[in-house]
Ligand binder design. Sequence first.
Ligand code: PMP
Length: 445
Amino acid sequence: MQAPTPAALDAFWMPFTANRKFKRDPRFVTGAQGMHYTMSDGSQVLDGIAGLWCVNAGHRHPAISAALKQQIDTLDYASNFQLGHPAAFTLAERLADWAPADLNRVFFTNSGSESVDTALKIALAWHRARGDAGRYRLIGRARAYHGVGFGGISVAGIAKHRNAFGPLLNGVDHLPHTHDPKRNAFSRGEPLHGVEHADALEAICAVHDPATIAAVIVEPIAGSTGVLPPPVGYLTRLREICDRHGILLIFDEVITGFGRLGARFAADRFGVVPDLMATAKGLTNGAIPMGAVFVREAIHAGFMQGSEAGVEFAHGYTYSGHPLACAAALATLQVHQEEDLAGQCAAIAPYFEDVLHALRGEPAVADVRNLGLLGAVELSPFPGRPGVRAQAVERRCLEQGLLVRALGETIAVSPPLVVSRDQLAGLAETLRAALRHVDAAGPDA
Ligand code: PMP
């Protein structure tokens, strides 16, 4: 594939990217295999972030590629509106078997953003279906990311994702985030302090009347806002407060689902069962877009009463349960089962923790956090230059053959779950060298 022409560079408005900066010094990926990307100059780069937290089985897994090739030659497209194709039902059944507890009804989407908005809509509509239309409030958290749909940006707490767009959903409130670098710096796994942040939900209930609250949505581990594992006991307490007040609990498991925490889902890892679970990314190993919302059986049943003539939930996408996506997801589930990706993750996570925390002595390192194969190294910023250090470290790592991701002051690391110890050791050493290089070169290098 030829490098893009200047006109082609202009034409593509890249998502979540400083377009002008990128286009002055563009970098292109032209291939991938296993743990590595191939760059346009032929160099190999270790993918330290599994694409965008999605390629859990490694790139171009042969079983997933084969399933896609076979599917495109059999059935390219069929809708699931008033018609169906078998793979969507088979996939739903397999996912239901795989999911925690009774989260055994599955609604298909095409992305994490769609899964989040779908879950919010199911929550609102379920209360109405029960005759409890007074429950309209949605509670998210500060420092949360739930995709870019209007529902998702309303419940998420990132100012710059919201404030360009005017008024968003009505009746949204936010819990504080749980990040507490003073008490919890360099914690391994769940931080010890901060369970009391969950009590802010009681405070919101006191202010608003809990009978007006439909649902609370949280990422079990906040991902894009800097990898923030929940304090010990926090999710359990949220669950208890929700139960006390008849509020639905939604987990956004777009990142944490499908093995990344060393269990199938964060719900399994933390022993807390939500009412709805939004997923995407790892569902197809990133090979093709797909999302899925897992719904408790009793909630789904609330929509299945009364006359059979009408539409039960007025929502869906042209590509809900697309045949190609179903083929990729079925193959991905098979890979999970045959290769025990969650088990591989659990087995190597302590080593990942050790190599990341070994960076603690570097002068620029302010904090290290991790759980499963999700990790973050937070840096102290260059004075008056927010984000510049982390971006420089990201750039230097790429020059040295390692892809990591700068998120504010934090370097996020989330390799495919099939990463080896040697690769993790190499990743940490490249990161260490990059930290030192950037320290020596300064903010204007
Ligand atoms: N929720 C979470 C927790 C995410 O991390 C993301 C994507 N990073 C999304 C939702 C949105 O997913 P998508 O980009 O597939 O819409």
